[in-house]
Write a protein that binds this ligand. Sequence first.
Ligand SMILES: Cc1ncc(COP(=O)(O)O)c(C=O)c1O
Length: 362
Amino acid sequence: MRSKSSVRNLPVYQPGKSLEEVEQEYGLKDVVKLVSNENPSGCSPKVSEALKGINLFHHYPEPMAPVLRGKLAKMLNMDPRKFIFGNGSSELIQMICRTFLDSGDEAVLADFTYSIYQTEVKIEGAAPVFVPLKKGVHDLDAMYEAITNKTKVVWVCNPNNPTGTLLDQTSLVSFLTKIPKHVIVVLDEAYIEYVTDPSCPNSAALLEQFPQLIVLRTFSKIYGLAAIRMGYAIADTPIIDELHRVRPSFNTSRFAQQAAVAALEDQEFVADWKKINDQERRRLMKQLEEWGIHYYPSHGNFILFDTGYPSYKVFQFLLERGIIVRDRLKYPTYIRITIGTPEQNDRFIQDFAEFLASQVIA
Ligand SMILES: Cc1ncc(COP(=O)(O)O)c(C=O)c1O
């Protein structure tokens, strides 16, 4: 057995530890998961109600997700043909690479950003071209300079995971205006619903203006449906038509489609959580400031900060107290925490303060 050369040396994606795993391993109850940028409050109660109504288990789902498509198109005031759905937006990232990248092509992306972009690029035999972030922000000028005639795709994550930084409309417009026509630009807006800053870009307007743009969204974050696996891409119909050629035949389940429809119908849930996330984000950033800790000002539901100590030590200290955070990031002393519920954040603040105190004593 010999897998294809582009796959052979790829690392396997390591998700954050699950609640169940940590509860079992450490004999803990009430573990707090601040690792995968999920919605810690769950999802709209309307979702479980809607799922009770599902039958027809023996029939395949509708591949074009017509009800969900109609709802989204109406909500975003866009042509329904401009949407394509994926088993999470991760699958759309895969489909974009499969559709647009040949072996020998290049894809430009930030160093660092969501890791799955580079994995999918490499699987297609294409080369990721990394452009360092500037103070945690995509350096769009340098990304533009990195484009060659081999470049087929450019990835822009906004807000960026893991730094949480935001690009505004003006900088995106001036970047997109310069991009050669043969290059697809993917604007991944997995966390856009969390943005409260008035400079938040309007991707619908960008899509109108730039036919080579693909916008990615997901139900895994503010909608609290990470388990359900549903994401979507919006783009001009010629791009969507190409993506459909590689879409696995029944890639989104009846459950996912129905759950997403119910979640969309509860915008009050989204607005409430957005407000709490904003309050808690401010509180945590203020606390980090009080500790004199460097962090990236975040527009998402997570914060990346410099603990000042090897991140694996912090990770382990918090894990033993039932808090799972993200370490093993590019910077060895940084961790990323998902913004939890107010009570979960209290626990984080208390336990991390204890960690800092223990280091002073040591
Ligand atoms: C920036 C970004 N894009 C896409 C995804 C994938 O989300 P999903 O496949 O759950 O829709 C994630 C998940 O964490 C993410 O952080």
